[in-house]
Design a protein around this ligand. Structure first.
Ligand code: HEB
Ligand code: CA
Length: 354
């Protein structure tokens, strides 16, 4: 403690870092912002980059290994390195698109594919007002083989299935509570393939804000589908134009998680700390932490564009449904209602080349 840490000046002559490994990340950050995130937007490219981290990292199973089978390598880039194989797995549907958009940027920089996927998401999420500054690491080893199929949760899985899969993947680090924390990611999200007739259907009314609307809106009784009914993994949603995943609905109402879910309502600060914490675990699954360089604040790879802001936390008055109280211990907090006119949330525009 108290040791002097010297900052080095990177070869670009302007940026400083504690770890030389971090120097190249300034250029990577700028390339991502300019050529993937349209100058710094929280649009489909940022959402899909975040989803990619989960679908890459969660594909690891100590339980399979215990049976003598290969269980996947976690956050090892396998989803992009073996894209032909892994994007054909059902729960990874649609991810070929973001992998392709990221590819030319990846090719210009000297980082592992595993590092690239996690770093791109950290930069992308920084474009979403309200988001925490995620901790980035470099030094991950890349996959040498694809993850097996069957390890990424599906929206039609029961909460039991999802809880046990996440616990297995993380050696118990993701309990039922941390699973709720991870789902804060669905505040900046849309579904393209659950109902292909309405691609880009947001999972909450504010898909470009990292706020707590997702936790509020999923607790309201659903009354309509954004498109057609009868899709596997979809249930009725409350806010017109949004899509509700069956898995989000179940976890929001499960007796083991309902109070934790409700605790995020109107608690922006908690959503930030909780997601930051679980993302750190998620983004390093299967990797040896001792080999990774942590890009802390002091490395000054400042990819945090927004400070904490007061974000809209409202119960839209235009809702046809009402709150479904699922937490037995404490009542749903009282929130201001939205005075605005009844709205339909617009779809998130499809990802496209910059
Ligand atoms: Fe998620 C989206 C599922 C978790 C992130 N997801 C999504 C979807 C689905 C899901 C189905 C839609 C897709 C399409 O496109 O269609 N998830 C899911 C499940 C789970 C999850 C089942 C378990 C519970 N996620 C998760 C996590 C994360 C995520 C953990 C992170 C971290 N997701 C996400 C995002 C999105 C999604 C970001 C959006 C994308 C877009 O927008 O595109
Ligand atoms: Ca949101």
């Amino acid at each position: 403690y108290g040791a002097l840490t010297r900052r080095i000046i990177c070869l670009d002559g302007t940026n400083g870092a504690i770890n030389a490994e971090c120097c190249q990340l300034f250029a990577l950050r700028d390339d991502l912002q300019a050529n993937l995130f349209h100058g710094g937007l929280c649009t489909a490219e940022a959402h899909e980059s975040l989803r990619l981290t989960f679908n890459d990292a969660i594909a690891i199973s100590p339980a399979l290994e215990a049976q003598g089978e290969f269980g996947g390598g976690g956050a090892d880039g396998s989803i992009a390195l073996f894209a032909d194989i892994e994007t054909s797995y059902h729960p990874n549907i649609g991810l070929d698109e973001i992998i392709q958009l990221q590819q030319p940027i990846l090719a210009r920089h000297n980082v592992s594919v595993a590092d690239f996927i996690q770093f791109a998401a950290a930069v992308g999420l920084s474009n979403c007002p309200g988001a925490p500054q995620l901790t980035a690491f470099v030094g991950r080893a890349d996959a040498t083989q694809p993850a097996p199929d069957g390890l990424v949760p599906e929206p039609f899985h029961t909460s039991d299935q999802i809880f046990s899969r996440l616990s297995d993947a993380s050696n118990g680090a993701f309990g039922v509570i941390q699973t709720v924390w991870l789902l804060a990611a669905h505040t900046v999200a849309a579904a393209n393939d659950v109902d292909p007739t309405v691609p880009g259907s947001p999972l909450d009314s504010t898909p470009s804000l990292f706020d707590t609307q997702f936790f509020i809106e999923t607790l309201i009784r659903g009354t309509s589908f954004p498109g057609t009914g009868g899709n596997q993994g979809e249930v009725l949603s409350a806010v017109k134009g949004t899509l509700r995943l069956q898995s989000d609905q179940s976890i929001a109402r499960d007796s083991r998680t309902a109070c934790e879910w409700q605790s995020f309502v109107n608690n922006q600060a908690k959503a930030q700390t909780a997601f930051k914490s679980v993302f750190q675990t998620l983004s390093t699954l299967g990797q040896n932490l001792g080999h990774l360089v942590n890009l802390g604040k002091r490395d000054n790879v400042n990819f945090h564009r927004y400070r904490f802001r007061h974000l809209r936390r409202v119960l839209p008055t235009s809702l046809p449904g009402s709150v479904q109280q699922a937490c037995a211990q404490s009542p749903f907090p009282s929130l201001p209602t939205d005075p605005g006119p009844p709205t339909t949330v617009a779809p998130v525009e499809a990802a496209r080349p910059a």
